[in-house]
Design a protein around this ligand. Structure first.
Ligand code: UDP
Ligand code: MN
Length: 253
């Protein structure tokens, strides 16, 4: 009776998507009691991802959803990727899915794992250990080699090493925390929003769960270990023809 890990991944169609999801899927396929909620930023679920889940033998331990980012919030390929919030609609769809389908799992932790990050297997043990909300360091993010909560000798979180917008209520990355599923179920309006300043999605979400800094449980050996890195996949420079090919659903698988 290992607690469940609900791993939520918003994912956008782009030339590197299949490579990123193959690497992530081959990490997740080895983790016991993990349920992968993949939410495509698309009109409908793609055959490419359905076939990948099938090859990974994860069809029974995953949900494959799709919801498009609204037109006016969608970015162009040439936009810098921080221009607009990413994954808002998709993560909210995953939260609704959890409330509808998994509300009875009171020993479950929800984690937001983007498709291009790097995850050490040891992260999943830490996710399972949380009571309400766990936090840990993230490598290569916010202009730092490690961004981490600061933990006092009595084991409480007293601050953060963040250099970028340290004034945020929770100056941490999406990969830096997990929350108990019961919080998602109890706070039905909690979620992500387009109406939030850049860098404030994490703070907005944790606040919507009525959490405060005092609630943070430091994990990963009192936040001294790095088990997740905010790696980013370089955008491929492709000819128009190849770009068109990768965006055509029929060519994806
Ligand atoms: N994403 C999405 N729709 C978008 C852009 C991104 O669903 O329009 C997904 C993407 O696949 C990733 C997550 O949202 O899983 C975060 O995006 P990205 O990795 O580009 O952001 P960053 O690394 O800058 O946090
Ligand atoms: Mn990323």
């Amino acid at each position: 009776n290992l607690p469940m890990v609900f791993f939520v991944t918003p994912t956008k169609r782009r030339p590197e998507q299949k490579a990123d999801l193959t690497r992530l899927g081959q990490t997740l396929a080895h983790i016991p009691n993990l349920f992968w909620i993949l939410v495509e930023d698309a009109e409908g679920p793609s055959d490419m991802i359905r076939d990948l889940l099938d090859r990974l033998k994860m069809t029974q331990t995953s949900a494959h959803l799709a919801v498009s980012t609204p037109e006016k919030m969608r970015m162009n390929a040439s936009d810098p990727n921080w221009k607009l919030p990413r994954g808002v609609e998709q993560r909210n769809a995953a939260l609704e899915y959890l409330r509808t389908n998994h509300a009875s799992w009171h020993r479950g932790a929800v984690y937001f794992g983007d498709d291009d990050n790097t995850y050490d297997w040891r992260l999943f043990d830490e996710i399972r250990k949380i009571n309400r909300v766990g936090v840990w360091p993230v490598g290569i993010v916010g202009g730092l080699i490690v961004e981490a909560p600061i933990v006092a000798s009595n084991g409480t979180v007293t601050g953060f090493t963040a250099k970028w917008k340290p004034e945020r209520p929770f100056p941490i990355d999406m990969a830096a925390f997990a929350v108990n599923l019961s919080l998602i179920v109890e706070n039905r309006d909690a979620g992500f929003s387009f109406d939030v300043p850049r860098g404030y999605q994490e703070s907005h979400f944790l606040t919507s769960l009525k959490l405060s800094r005092n609630d943070l449980e430091p994990r990963a050996d009192f936040c001294s270990k790095v088990y997740v890195w905010h790696t980013r996949t370089e955008k491929a420079q492709l000819s128009k023809k190849d770009l068109q090919r990768t965006l055509d659903p029929a060519q994806l698988s």
